[in-house]
Write a protein that binds this ligand. Structure first.
Ligand SMILES: [Zn+2]
Length: 485
């Protein structure tokens, strides 16, 4: 069995990470890692508890003279994303991760490394045992199943934490503090479809492909095209000129991804193909003109497909309701953040559609750190569904974390960074969900910041951690605990 050992600074942090690499801890399998954390706390005579889902809280008393200082919570998630190259024989259920150090970076051999969030947890374990630190009363919160939907954080008991400040250790860029994230909520729309008989015997697929897609939050400001929106545009433009009958529309894969491909299966008189092709050439050129710099690989194509006996097209009313719904459905940024340049505040993603015989199922996914703005975005979708005669289900949303540029913790942490490193820290918020959103809702008034070392390509076998940035992260953490005490 290959083993991993390294002599890096700070030694106690890296010693803990070395141990973490030996304990399998993919999402849903954090039990052994949790036991390891509890044993460490017990060895140090610190009070520790585990809740029913596996989240762990450890308390460390203040250093001498700091007993009345405000409490600080250090927080991270126990789970990692298990991903490996197809050539790797690694068994995530039992094999230790093999880490390699090269050119100042640490990577795993053929698998994710788990620096996300293993380095943050290793730092917390080092803080627990380090008696040289100056700090107020400390709490450590370790959550489970962050990577699969922030589910551990959702189960934290209200009142479980006493601290006033929370440092989330799950950021992936040294030199940056994260101070906000979006909340989100889906809308599941079911549009009834009616079908009819047809004399047309030739079926074609109109397909949009080659788009870049991306994360529906992090990439929503990039101005990329949505394949479903382009398809709906083409169909609504074509309909008055060329009589076509719609069989189905499909596209998109995931709720949190911008659709890269979409297609419509249609019935068309073969005599109309030249006219349709001419229309498509012109409309395609218009799309290239509009998106050319960002969507260089865009393709819109018509191809012949076999017609099944059971295929019946939509009635004219169903066809226009479906196309109009997609064409009118909002997609993209609804509002930019008024104070943080480049940050989307509220957005919505027309994520996917599947057509069955008697209904079309459409999913939209909306985001905002501001709860009323999120509900207003979902309200628009509800109104649109009402106009189209569709049913809509809107499951409970998850909360965001609204950036507070006046936060006392942020002021202190900016000063700490400047004093420690002689330069300014960058302050950002992300248009995606983080555990701080959930935690903030459970502990109103908790002042939070997220920080961490530099980790590249998390969740993939290319994941790497910049070793020097871990030293900087540790130094920052020590200074922060001292200045917050
Ligand atoms: Zn993480």
């Amino acid at each position: 069995m290959p083993s991993t050992s390294f002599e890096l600074q700070p030694t106690h942090l890296w010693k803990h990470f070395e141990q973490i690499l030996k304990i399998p801890h993919g999402s849903g399998s954090e039990k052994a890692f949790g036991e390891h954390v509890l044993a460490h706390a017990k060895n140090l005579n610190l009070s520790a508890s585990k809740d029913k889902v596996g989240n762990i809280i450890v308390r460390k008393p203040a250093s001498r003279g700091k007993e009345t200082s405000a409490g600080v919570v250090l927080q991270g998630h126990l789970d990692m994303v298990n991903e490996k190259n197809s050539s790797s024989a690694h068994d995530f259920a039992k094999d230790p991760i093999t880490a390699e150090v090269k050119d100042g970076w640490m990577h795993a051999r053929g698998t994710t490394l788990g620096a996300d969030n293993g380095i943050g947890i290793a730092a917390a374990l080092a803080v627990m045992e380090d008696t040289s630190l100056v700090h107020g009363p400390l709490e450590f919160l370790f959550t489970v199943e962050e990577e699969t939907g922030l589910t551990g954080a959702r189960d934290i008991q209200p009142g479980a934490l006493l601290g006033k400040f929370l440092l989330n250790l799950d950021s992936e860029e040294e030199g940056t503090y994260t101070i906000g994230c979006s909340g989100g909520g889906d809308s599941e729309i079911s549009l009834p479809l009616k079908r009819k008989a047809s004399r047309l015997k030739n079926a074609y697929r109109l397909k949009i492909s080659g788009l870049r897609g991306g994360h529906s939050g992090l990439d929503i400001t990039q101005g990329r095209a949505n394949a479903l929106k382009l398809l709906a545009r083409l169909l609504s433009q074509a309909a008055p000129r060329i009589p076509l009958e719609l069989l189905k529309i499909e596209g998109g894969n995931k709720r949190n991804a911008i659709p890269r491909e979409a297609w419509a299966d249609i019935l068309l008189d073969p005599a109309k193909i030249p006219a349709f092709q001419a229309f498509l050439d012109k409309a395609g050129a218009d799309i290239r003109f509009e998106y050319g710099s960002v969507e260089k690989e865009f393709q819109g194509r018509l191809e012949k497909i076999p017609l099944k006996k059971s295929d019946a097209p939509l009635t004219p009313a169903s066809q226009s309701a479906l196309v109009a719904f997609l064409d009118a459905c909002p997609h993209g940024v609804l509002r930019m953040h008024p104070e943080i340049a480049g940050l989307a505040e509220t957005s919505t993603n027309l994520a996917l559609i599947r057509c069955a015989k008697s209904k079309a199922e459409i999913i939209c996914s909306s985001r905002s750190p501001i709860a009323p703005a999120l509900e207003a975005a979902r309200g628009m979708l509800k109104s649109l569904a009402g106009i189209a005669g569709a049913r809509i289900r809107q499951p409970e949303s998850y909360p965001g974390w609204a950036p507070n540029l006046q936060s006392p913790l942020l002021q202190t942490m900016k000063d700490v960074y400047r004093k420690t490193f002689g330069k300014e820290v960058r302050v950002v918020a992300v248009h995606a969900g983080l555990e701080c959103g959930i935690i903030g809702e459970k502990f109103p008034g908790m002042d939070m910041i997220s920080l961490g070392p530099t980790i590249t390509h998390p969740h993939s076998p290319e994941e790497g951690v910049d070793i020097a940035s871990v030293g900087v992260f540790w130094k920052l953490l020590m200074s922060a605990l001292r200045d917050l005490a």
